[in-house]
Design a protein around this ligand. Structure first.
Ligand code: ZN
Length: 402
């Protein structure tokens, strides 16, 4: 058994930080946490011990696009640039793609992230996560707006997911539809059936990200319609439901469920938030990315005021400068000054772990949990350690304990 004492311990179980506390670890599991000293404990000094952060939404396979997709004023401009840039790298196993993803995982680890929710179109990332011993939930993303018969697509995708899942429970793989404007109702229904056939799995959908998405789902018009037609992906078989939001649309086609993670939600209104809360769903917010791609800032204070579960993700390096989740929650704090620091920190740890289906092992410091614990250096004169942790923490201030 190894024990550590520290100036601060943040269990993230809803209670206040412990001033001068300890944790004990045995066989890579936490066995005890409390205040005071523990015999034979190693004193880590002026640090905050806390659970490793959870980056609940990123696209590691896009890491090679770091710095290549400039900020946009309109979402469609950003999408068009990224589509063009991706065409220059047609081979998913291109060494530049794999090396950039490896570097991104290393950066996430160095900045205190211990669990990742990753979107992948090519499934090159599960082996990279395993190689780095980074636990994760990989979502194999499906896009096909004009798929009327989804069965062949789902059969092929399920076979790939089963092959990629191997037998390593620390890196799980499931299916995920991209977004309401890029996936047919039949394909949504097929993913839902697959989810029901695999209890315990979770899925994810990009939802209510841009004003263009709202216009398309409400009226079937706008820049999305134009892009779908250009790509040959539009179908007259799709009729927009009258005046419903993207959340209302997913409700109508039976896709809303507590195992569905709703990513972004920048355009959510009160009814949308009610629908998500009543189902116990989690919103993953990526505030830096939202502003980079031109869709505006997410209504974070409304998310918390409506008591919806919130987690955070960085999104990909095509829309953020780094995978440091501490930088993401610093931005969240700037956008939501009235939300408690504790609630934001719980979002970045426990809520993310629970949403990804890893709540039994990660997200808090409690006996029985895996010892995925980081120590963040805290200056001696800091009075509010929770607030300090939202001020932007760099890799140089973080050490892994275990
Ligand atoms: Zn995304």
């Amino acid at each position: 058994m190894t024990a550590y004492t520290a100036e601060w311990v943040l269990p993230m179980t809803g209670s206040a930080p412990i001033h001068r506390g300890f944790i004990s670890i045995e066989h890579e599991r936490i066995t005890a946490v409390g205040d005071g000293r523990s015999d034979g404990a190693r004193d880590l000094g002026s640090v905050a011990l806390m659970p490793a952060l959870v980056n609940a939404h990123t696209h590691l396979e896009l890491s090679y696009l770091r710095g290549q997709v400039p900020p946009a004023h309109r979402f469609l401009d950003w999408i068009r640039t990224i589509m063009e840039t991706r065409r220059r790298y047609p081979d998913p196993a291109d060494a530049r793609i794999l090396d950039a993803a490896r570097d991104a995982i290393a950066e996430a680890h160095a900045t205190g992230t211990g669990l990742i929710g990753d979107i992948s179109n090519t499934l090159v990332t599960p082996p990279l996560l395993r190689e780095a011993s980074m636990p994760g939930q990989v979502f194999f993303e499906l896009l096909r707006f004009n798929a009327e018969d989804a069965q062949p697509i789902i059969r092929e995708a399920r076979a790939k997911v089963d092959a990629a899942a191997a037998d390593n429970s620390q890196v799980r793989v499931s299916l995920a539809p991209h977004a309401p404007y890029s996936v047919s109702p039949a394909l949504f229904a097929a993913v839902r059936a697959d989810l029901d056939a695999h209890p315990g799995t979770v899925t994810s959908v990009h939802l209510s990200e841009s004003p263009e998405e709202l216009e398309f789902i409400k009226h079937g018009t706008g820049p999305w319609r134009v892009l779908l037609e250009e790509l040959g992906a539009w179908t007259d078989a799709w009729q927009p439901p009258p005046e419903v939001s993207p959340v209302g649309y997913l409700e109508e086609i039976g896709f809303l469920d507590r195992r569905v993670i709703a990513v972004h939600g920048v355009q959510f209104d009160g009814d949308d938030l009610d629908r998500l809360r009543s189902r116990g769903m989690t919103i993953v917010s990526c505030p830096r990315s939202n502003q980079h791609v031109g869709v505006g800032a997410p209504p974070l204070e409304a998310f918390y005021a409506m008591n919806v579960s919130v987690a955070f993700g960085t999104d990909s390096l095509a829309s953020v400068p780094d995978l440091n989740l501490f930088a993401e929650i610093a931005e969240a704090r700037r956008l939501a000054p009235r939300v408690s620091a504790r609630a934001i920190l719980e979002s970045a740890t426990r809520c993310g772990a629970v949403a990804l289906g890893f709540g039994e092992d990660y997200g808090t410091i409690e006996p029985g949990k895996r010892a995925a614990v980081i120590a963040v250096r805290v200056p001696a004169n800091v009075a509010d350690v929770e607030e300090y942790l939202l001020s932007g923490i760099a890799a140089s201030d973080i050490t892994w304990v275990s």
